[in-house]
Design a protein around this ligand. Structure first.
Ligand SMILES: [Zn+2]
Length: 342
């Protein structure tokens, strides 16, 4: 009895292995970026831009569309974090690379590819920098214009909520640091949005519970050539135990020796946050050990807003009103930095 079961399980696990191998071969990638849903991604086919009459400097693409495709069944997403423009067709298009062309010119396209994603077809246009886009449907084409964000905005900053997704950061009393960081960043967004300055743009590394890589967070700032980069984190005592230690600490890049440097911006932030939020000033520290500070080409700081291992401060940090005061301090700091010439 036992022997027979063993034989049968050997045979069936063999069949299963063969089945899995075949499946893996025919399904090049299974991806769950969408969250709970597993989406089957088809093979990526590289798309070349057909040399057209458009000069590269015009930064214009003409994406030929099959009949019956227009704004009703096409969605366009400009993913700043990965510098990729996704043109998503509601239904996959057969032989896209052979039957349709992309014409135009641009100096900023790293590569283009077409793949299926479940029912849909996706044209992914990967850029070598962050671009804004404008587009329209005309004469059977989707015309996309790539625009340098600096041609639209006078001031550009990047705000980063530390950790996210499966990386919670510090965890105290069941509260995740990633959640506090995001709460503060959402308040920062509210303050900047309410100010309504159309000449200022804030790019956020995340506004939900995702976990961009450290390189993606830093690249967003470098590839948009931001004026300032601010990462929001929260602290915990070395032992991890609750104690009296509390206050705001700001890390800066000591390697940044420009006149309008990371250290001066950290100082401005400290003055403004301690003023609006009333937190204790724990001073500035060299943050060149931190990836997002070290590899940023722009004045970058990382703010440890408060200590999650202090009961009073943990209560403050989870309170939206306190988060709002911190956000107002950061807004005031950014305004002061621009006044000083950043
Ligand atoms: Zn952290």
């Amino acid at each position: 009895m036992e022997k027979k079961i063993l034989q049968w399980s050997a045979v069936s696990s063999g069949i299963l292995t063969v089945f899995i191998c075949i499946s893996l071969y025919y399904l090049p990638s299974v991806n769950n970026h969408a969250g709970f849903w597993l989406r089957l991604i088809g093979k990526e086919i590289e798309i070349e831009i057909e040399e057209g009459t458009v000069e590269a400097e015009e930064e214009q693409l003409y994406i030929e569309l099959p009949e019956n495709f227009d704004g009703k069944n096409i969605t366009i997403k400009n993913d700043y974090l990965t510098q990729t423009i996704y043109v998503k067709f509601a239904q996959a298009i057969e032989n896209y690379s052979e039957d349709y062309s992309v014409k135009g010119g641009s100096n900023h396209i790293a590569n283009m590819s077409y793949y299926t994603e479940g029912e849909a077809g996706v044209l992914a246009i990967r850029l070598d920098k962050v671009c804004e886009i404008s587009y329209l449907y005309k004469d059977g084409n989707l015309c996309v214009k790539l625009i340098d964000p600096h041609d639209i905005y006078d001031k550009i900053i990047v705000v980063d909520a530390g950790h996210g997704g499966r990386m919670p950061g510090a965890v105290k009393r069941g509260i995740y640091e990633k959640t506090i960081n995001l709460g503060i960043v959402k308040q920062i967004k509210a303050v900047f949005d309410e100010a309504g300055d159309k000449s200022l743009k804030v790019y956020y590394t995340r506004l939900d519970d995702t976990n961009p890589s450290l390189a993606e967070r830093t690249n967003l700032s470098n590839y948009v050539d931001a004026d300032l980069f601010i990462s929001i984190h929260n602290n915990a005592s070395n032992s991890g135990l609750f104690n009296n230690q509390h206050g705001t600490l700001i890390l800066y890049s000591a390697d940044d020796e420009g006149e309008l440097n990371s250290r001066r911006f950290a100082e401005i932030c400290m003055d403004n946050i301690t003023e609006t939020a009333g937190s204790v000033n724990l001073g500035l520290a060299d943050g060149d050990d931190l990836y997002v500070v070290r590899y940023n080409n722009v004045p970058a700081i990382l703010i440890e807003v408060g200590y999650m291992t202090n009961t009073t401060e943990l209560n403050n940090l989870t309170n939206p009103e306190y988060q709002r005061k911190v956000a107002e301090g950061i807004y005031n700091a950014v305004m002061q930095a621009y006044e000083e010439g950043y």
